[in-house]
Design a protein around this ligand. Sequence first.
Ligand code: PMP
Length: 368
Amino acid sequence: MTRPFNFSAGPANLPEEVLQQAAAEMLDWHGSGMGVMEMSHRGKEFISIYENAEADFRSLMAVPNNFKILFMQGGGLAENAIVPLNLSRGASADFIVTGSWSDKSQKEARKYCDVQVAATNESSGHTSLPAAATWQLRREASYVHVCTNETIHGVEFHALPDLKALGSDAPLVIDFSSHVASRPVDWSRVGLAFGGAQKNLGPAGVTLVVVREDLLGHALPACPSAFNYKIVADSESMYNTPPTYAIYIAGLTFQWLKRQKEGELAGIAAMEQRNQTKAQRLYEAIDQSQFYVNKVDKECRSRMNVPFFLRDESRNEAFLAGAKMRGLLQLKGHKSVGGMRASIYNAMPMAGVEALIDYMQEFEQKLA
Ligand code: PMP
């Protein structure tokens, strides 16, 4: 039996191999007599799961040794507070607003420091990226925040900004929640990256934070200990009980990612190529049709989240009902934007994208 194709923006589909392995190990992990949910986080079994997950993510994403990898809780929205609590020193931070998520981030940070929106694409309805040369960065900013993939508006930075080239020494903070592990990261441009796991890595409940060591140890006195990056780093993400099962599933996903191949390419490079091909196919199909439209500038269209609209929006409900009958699930767009959204994360195979395109074309032809 094949499962339906699930286009949810998150929590999202996981690789079937990962789910099957987790099912097989549910009652007894590696002969321990315990399921992973039932283990002490301080026992040798879970410690080995944790250490492998950390090492696999580090090697997959080529995270340099001067960065810590933290497994935290609270999701991306908690990081909107945790980052300024740890990095702002109560001073100032600059934000690039490119959609709903970066806008939420800058609003939350205002509770902790002096925030400036250094650039925004609001006038385009969040369908473009403001050119880096126009960013009004402040010399004294303690960090610059960018959401590198706006999950709702479908806008992605295909390359990370080079703050040094823009005359800024501030560390770059990226919210990579919705495209983490979909492509390599140029760590030389990053001070801190955070992302919830529930799109590309595993279930909701664990938040990945990758932070350069020199940024640790400057938290505001009011920062909760469980959210103090230095305390979390010094205790190997075990200051409090970590989300053990979510870390385990993320670890299985990292192993799955390591096994991926695309011609000569392996791991994240293979994923990147596959993601490029999937997104290109879907955008081409939308652009070639008179029936569907995507409004985002071609240069910054997300390879993960593809929002699109039926030109005749009175057909929306029929489109979604027909899709569901065909085993194409969760295509409804975010309520703030409307229309449709196909999230095509790492775990979405090319066959799922082809099935969606076939359905879209048939739906259009039926009404022609
Ligand atoms: N940032 C981005 C880019 C997101 O897509 C999301 C969730 N969709 C969040 C932050 C918020 O994450 P969470 O719900 O895990 O707090």
